[in-house]
Design a protein around this ligand. Structure first.
Ligand code: PLP
Length: 435
């Protein structure tokens, strides 16, 4: 007889006995069980369904179990499931070409990694070797991953216990709702943040700085869309001082904001782009660096001192080819833009009109944040206890939320439908009414 499906309680017990979790004290964990999914919906084995408005870790852009991606992985597994990175295999070249097809002119090569952190790690390494300089400037309120330099480039609490790498400097970026610069317009915020960046570069010694590393839109830190002029200003400052610009598109790339790359909405061209998550929606772990022709040429004669056993893994490559092809053919990036503009934006605006606790709404595409406050005047963040209540109220009603600090990030898959957004808005409404 077939073995019975385990109950949720059994699955949690097994997990707690043997699985060590990320970023957590292990003792009190009680993870939610998920055993299946399709599109924007996930479920357990006991008949509980959830609208996935987290996209897990904001990475399932193409939705759960897209048949073309599953088929692509299976087909490649039947031919050649693994190969060393030094060999050439067609599917890897195709994956790199599909990615660079969507990158700016003059960025034609891809170095594949296992995920986003090591993409940033290798982008910083390339920048340091290309410029012969050491320091990396990144921002407070950022997340770049959980490895040596990437976690030290990070600008949230996760950096502090991990600060082993050297030569990292942080600056504040624009954040209009909680400005560090006493500004009262987007223009002023951009201008003052740029002044702060340039003064930091001068004080640190421009000739010591290899790269500025920025998320095109800081994600986990709160969907902090830069004000007009900021990104172009960063590019101009970088050029003035011979500094490279690395844009981290790990969370925002491949459709999340309604563009193939989030930086397309701003007047800026990076020297290096890092990606992961949305490139294949995490069906197989993968990330990488898209490299400008000029930086790639640095390593024509000189050895690039970096590599990974699974760089350009064929199953990952197959999932990328299938995923980007499906996104192109099905208009999934366009769907993200339309859903953001016509459904999420008005839906969240209506919630903000009704609920005093919503202090700010910002975003684009399928990448939004609601900032919850105890007091609209003082903008005091909603307490952790109240955020816990909101989370419980959402899950109870069948919506899987992404909660960070005092924010709900509204980040469904890019394939989400208008009907699913309407259902989610009703659930947010009820949960906030319960507060
Ligand atoms: N960069 C950004 C902007 C991210 O959001 C993340 C993960 O959330 C990373 C890098 C790290 O990616 P990974 O967890 O795949 O190493």
């Amino acid at each position: 007889p077939a073995s019975p499906q385990p109950s949720n309680a059994d699955t949690v017990a097994l997990d707690r006995a043997h699985v060590f979790h990320s970023w957590s004290a292990q003792g009190a964990l009680k993870p939610l069980v998920l055993e299946g999914g399709l599109g924007s919906t996930v479920w357990d084995n006991e008949g509980n369904e959830y609208l996935d408005f987290s996209s897990q870790l904001v990475n399932i852009n193409i939705g759960h179990q897209h048949p073309a991606v599953i088929a692509g992985i299976k087909a490649q597994a039947d031919i050649m499931a693994t190969v060393a990175p030094a060999h050439a295999i067609n599917i890897r070249g195709e994956a790199a070409r599909k990615i660079t097809d969507h990158a700016p002119e003059g960025m034609n090569k891809v170095f594949f990694t296992n995920g986003g952190a090591d993409a940033n790690e290798n982008a910083m390494r390339m920048a340091r070797l290309h410029t012969g300089r050491d320091k990396i400037i990144s921002r407070y309120r950022s997340y770049h991953g959980n490895t040596g330099s990437a976690v030290v480039a990070t600008g949230d609490w996760r950096r502090i216990p991990n600060e082993y790498a050297r030569a990292h400097v942080h600056v504040f970026g624009p954040y209009e709702y909680r400005s560090e610069f006493w500004s009262d317009s987007p223009e002023q915020e951009a201008e003052r943040a740029l002044h702060h960046l340039e003064r930091t570069i001068q004080a640190e010694g421009a000739e010591s700085i290899a790269a500025i590393l920025l998320e095109s839109i800081p994600g986990t830190a709160g969907v902090l869309t830069p004000p007009p002029g900021y990104m172009a200003g960063v590019r101009a400052i970088a050029d003035k001082y011979g500094i490279l610009l690395i844009l981290d598109e790990v969370m925002v790339g491949f459709g999340r904001t309604g563009h193939w790359f989030a930086f397309e909405a701003f007047d800026v061209k990076p020297d290096l782009i890092t990606f992961a998550k949305g490139v294949n929606s995490g069906y197989i772990p993968v990330g990488g660096v898209i490299i400008s022709d000029e930086i790639a040429a640095t390593f024509d004669e000189r050895v690039f001192p970096g590599g990974l056993t699974y760089s350009g893994h064929p199953l990952a490559a197959a999932s990328i080819v299938a995923s980007i092809t499906a996104m192109e053919e099905e208009g999934i990036v366009e769907n993200a833009a339309m859903i953001g503009r016509d459904h999420i934006a008005p839906g969240l605006a209506a919630l903000a009109d009704k609920h005093e606790c919503i202090g700010d709404v910002r975003g684009s595409g399928v990448f939004w944040a609601l900032e919850l406050v105890a007091n609209r005047e003082t903008r005091e963040p909603l307490s952790a206890a109240d955020m816990g209540k909101v989370k419980g109220a959402l899950v109870k009603r069948g919506l899987l939320p992404f909660i960070a600090d005092n924010r709900i990030h509204v980040v469904p898959p890019a394939v989400v439908t208008a009907e699913e957004v309407a259902r989610a808005m009703a659930i947010y409404d009820e949960a906030l009414s319960e507060l």
